[in-house]
Design a protein around this ligand. Structure first.
Ligand SMILES: Nc1ncnc2c1ncn2[C@@H]1O[C@H](COP(=O)(O)OP(=O)(O)OP(=O)(O)O)[C@@H](O)[C@H]1O
Ligand SMILES: [Mg+2]
Length: 169
């Protein structure tokens, strides 16, 4: 009898107790990333999205600190294990039109990992398969982290992450 593959998976919901821990979570996720992956980050100002993105940069082998793009919407990092396309939609005013103009589709069909901060500013433009990461402040040093897999690829990723991070099958 064949084993049916998982298309859905309950979100992982846990607490990060420090900046370093949030960065480690990012680094672990980055180690599991494959070309063409899409990670969508949500959370209010100061929730820790860029902090997690820095861990992702580190996990892909970038020595330079990942910073949110300031004058552009996308920063590209190359020569790591995978290219990293770091998008920050905070300043986006006309979400859908602008993001389409940006050609985000090209990034999503690329050879790298596409990471979008403030992803919820442009709903409806992403492929259905992605990893959703929601961060929310609990206290000065604690952040709630929700990792939600949408689609089979990200269920696999999350299952591996869960196994490695928590030792749960
Ligand atoms: N457990 C934690 N994880 C992540 N950041 C934390 C944590 N505890 C405290 N912080 C602090 O929260 C802030 C997170 O800032 P960061 O720039 O990562 O947020 P952001 O979600 O990207 O915000 P913005 O939308 O303004 O870009 C930093 O000042 C960091 O030191
Ligand atoms: Mg940020």
């Amino acid at each position: 009898m064949g084993v049916s593959r998982r298309e859905s998976f309950s979100p992982l919901d846990f607490i990060s107790h420090s900046v370093a821990q949030t960065q480690r979570i990012g680094a672990r996720l980055a180690e599991l990333a494959l070309p063409g992956d899409l990670f969508l980050l949500e959370g209010e100002l100061g929730a820790g999205k860029t902090c997690l993105a820095q861990g992702i940069g580190r996990g892909l082998g970038y020595n330079v600190p990942v910073r949110s793009p300031t004058f552009t919407l996308i920063n590209e990092y190359r020569h790591g294990r995978l290219p990293l396309y770091h998008v920050d939609l905070y300043r986006l005013e006309a979400p859908v039109a602008e993001i389409l103009a940006l050609g985000i589709e090209d990034y999503l069909n690329s050879d790298g990992l596409c990471l979008v901060e403030w992803a919820d500013r442009a709903r409806g433009v992403y492929p259905p398969d992605h990893l959703r990461i929601v961060l929310s402040p609990i206290s000065e040093t604690k952040r709630r982290v929700i990792l939600e897999a949408c689609g089979e690829r990200y269920c696999d990723l999350l299952q591996t992450f869960r196994h490695q991070a928590f030792g749960i099958q």
